[in-house]
Design a protein around this ligand. Structure first.
Ligand code: GAL
Length: 390
């Protein structure tokens, strides 16, 4: 079956953009006409394929830098309360860094199945599939060379400060059944929102669970720690996991645990009280409220943020909106000081990820929301990152 293709962002994205442009004009902030994309060289992969850096810019001067390798967000330059800009996501200066072992999925689009699959195994329609166990004993983030480590095809939409990336994942790719045609569209609005819209179709039943894996430090990438950031997560429950970070299947209340971020709290305040697991810090899946929204980014934003991250020192705040049922909060526990952009060392817990997705190991847990994509269906996901200052 020929995959569905689109050459422009989904209509709902366009509507949201229009709303943002109108809002900007009404308040007199920003100049919508200035929105654009610059394309710059971003080095070449080991096999000699040239990569590009797509610089999306809005009228306020906010920038989102993207590359085709992993459909990755390389930089996000946002102002602090004094108007000072900083790049608030971890990454590398060119594509070779993203190909190296130091790349811990920085800013990438993760798939075919983000997070862990127990033993790298699942059974579909009577057939058992064995995937790479690249996070021994489990499968992690799509395997040895998942979507985060592949060259996507880029289609910039310059008048909208928007880029669509496309990837074809063949039948048998990393052991998964069926061919998947995936797209991810990033759009920067005049209201400093980075909208990420995903879609995928498959020609056989197969699990699909895509996520965005930016590491945020709102004081600026390379700052020493994220423990002084404040976090709010609008979730009453989470999925407890075993020592290899595979959910037990239970869904439990966060009440009375260090996972309770229903009221804003410093990330570092209770991190030492977490049970001693191999997670080494926060690395938990929240069952977030009011999910399974249909209707695009407008509906997703109207439901309110699933998480709010803020840095008291700079005043920068990130609000996160999604239609996904799960949110993995990961406090950068496995960062070990490898050097990133501009040679800055990325230390243990110097950034955190807020990954909107299906639940980990959902393909093996009938009680979890399904991540199965059937032929003829379309996988859709909207996640919006809104940057503000307090
Ligand atoms: C996160 C995951 C962590 C770790 C990290 C990559 O999404 O929750 O356990 O694997 O990715 O280093």
């Amino acid at each position: 079956m020929e995959p569905m293709t689109r050459t422009v962002p989904h209509l709902s994205i366009l509507l949201l953009l229009l709303m943002a442009l109108v809002a900007c004009n009404a308040t007199g902030t920003g100049d919508p006409a200035a929105s654009k994309i610059d394309v710059r060289p971003f080095g070449a992969t080991a096999d000699g394929t040239a990569a590009n850096l797509f610089v999306l810019r809005n009228g306020r001067g906010t920038e989102a830098h993207l590359t085709e390798f992993g459909a990755t967000l390389v930089s996000m330059n946002v102002a602090d309360r004094g108007g000072e800009r900083a790049d608030v996501v971890l990454g590398f200066d060119d594509v070779s860094g993203y190909e190296s072992d130091a790349n811990q999925y920085f800013g990438s689009t993760v798939g075919r199945v983000a997070n862990r699959v127990a033993g790298g195994r699942f059974t579909l329609e009577g057939r058992t599939y064995q995937l790479a166990t690249n996070n021994d004993p489990n499968h992690l983030h799509g395997g040895d060379r998942g979507y985060s480590h592949r060259m996507w095809r880029a289609e910039p939409h310059p008048s909208l400060a928007s880029v669509t990336f496309r990837l074809t994942s063949e039948d048998g790719d990393e052991g998964y059944p069926g061919r998947v045609d995936a797209t991810v569209t990033y759009t920067l609005t005049e209201a400093d929102e980075l909208i990420i819209e995903y879609s995928a179709t498959a020609d056989q039943p197969t699990p699909v669970n895509l996520t965005h894996h930016s590491y945020f430090n709102l004081a600026g990438a390379g700052s020493a720690s994220v423990l002084g950031h404040e976090l709010q997560v609008n979730a009453d429950r989470y999925t407890p996991a075993d020592e290899t970070l595979i959910p037990t299947g239970a869904i439990e209340s966060v009440a009375g645990t260090p996972l309770d971020f229903r009221a804003p709290e410093l990330i570092g305040a209770r991190i030492g009280e977490l049970d001693d697991t191999s997670a080494l810090g926060y690395d938990h899946n929240y069952a977030v409220r009011s999910r399974a929204l249909k209707g695009g980014p407008g509906a997703v934003m109207a439901a309110g943020p699933v998480a709010v991250l803020s840095d008291p020192s700079s005043g920068r705040t990130l609000e996160l909106f999604t239609d996904q049922p799960g949110l993995q909060f990961y406090s950068g526990n496995f960062l070990k000081g490898a050097k990133g952009k501009g040679g800055a060392p990325y230390a243990h817990r110097s950034a955190c990820c807020l990954e909107t997705q299906g639940y980990p190991d959902a393909i093996n847990e009938p009680g979890f929301p399904s991540v199965l994509l059937m032929p003829g269906e379309e996988y859709r996901q909207f996640t919006v990152h809104r940057f503000l200052v307090d």
